[in-house]
Write a protein that binds this ligand. Sequence first.
Ligand code: FVH
Length: 315
Amino acid sequence: MDQHLFTNAIVKENDRIPVTVIGLGNMGQALAAAFLRAGHPVTVWNRTAGKADLLVGNGAVQAETAHEAVAASKVIVVCLSTYEVVKSTLIPLAAKLAGRFIVNLTTGTPNKARLLDTWAKEKGIEYLDGAIMAVPPMIGTPNALILYGGRKELFETYQPVLQVMGGGTTYLSEDTGVALLYDMAMLTMLYGAWYSYFHAHALLRTANISAEEFLPYTKDWLQHMIVPSLTSSDAARILDERQYETDVSNITVNKLTLDHIVNSSRELGVPVDWLLPIQTVTDGMLAQGFGNDGFERVFESMINRSVATPLDQNR
Ligand code: FVH
């Protein structure tokens, strides 16, 4: 990572190009503040005008309308609640946006990003789609990971400006939807982990064991048992090669463990709904004769077989 490109450092005078930020929710305000700190002239617009007050106090110009905001800068950073709001805000401004550069940091689906890119191309607008893998206080710090998809040439042209928002500014792919694909993949892991964490503590609570009390036992266990199975190259290789042989812990033994979790939860009155599909898939694998394979074979039940991925084609 290029330390010298980091944000909160004030950018060189020549790089201080005007930036417009559309959308001043928690994230939009943090983005605009980072540009101000870096010395860029910043114009802002938000539906609820009062949210610009602090930024204006720090040197931002508040546009009366979204049209006026777009007219003020070549670089337009958009961070709104949804793609529907982005479209209803930007589509009426298409003529004014032509020739300008939109970097859209709103969260949505990969296909929504691809469709917006197609619209932008038709209108002569430069477009990159970004996914912010950080919370507002991290914006402008070295640790803020922001992923981008779209034309590489555009990313390279605007990289010094994009870098202001986060030290982890990273280009991924010519495919505009890929940043949000990474975003959704990471968030899927987050919510899966959170939900299972809450379930674990609901079980413990039945014996009056506090979250704090349990901590010393989970920390090391997670580190040695779970983290490697999600973050090691060996684990990645199993999914990429789709080879599930194991001599460590097979589906037969994992199926018994799952049954114990479901039965214990039922016994203790903790809802098991989210565990049942895992049990069903595991039963299916056993019925197909895969009892000696590793639990990773469950992955096979999720791959969309109607779309042959390049990974599969290379097999
Ligand atoms: N905040 C976070 O931690 C996450 C981190 C990862 C990325 N997300 C995404 O960023 C987008 C904006 O998130 P946010 O935190 O800024 O969200 P809010 O504070 O709720 O602000 C929403 C903004 O959208 C505007 N807005 C909503 N509806 C409309 C509309 N119909 N017309 C015009 N603007 C609209 C809202 O305006 P206002 O309510 O203040 O008038 C805010 O500017 C989001 O995609 C996250 O998933 C953040």
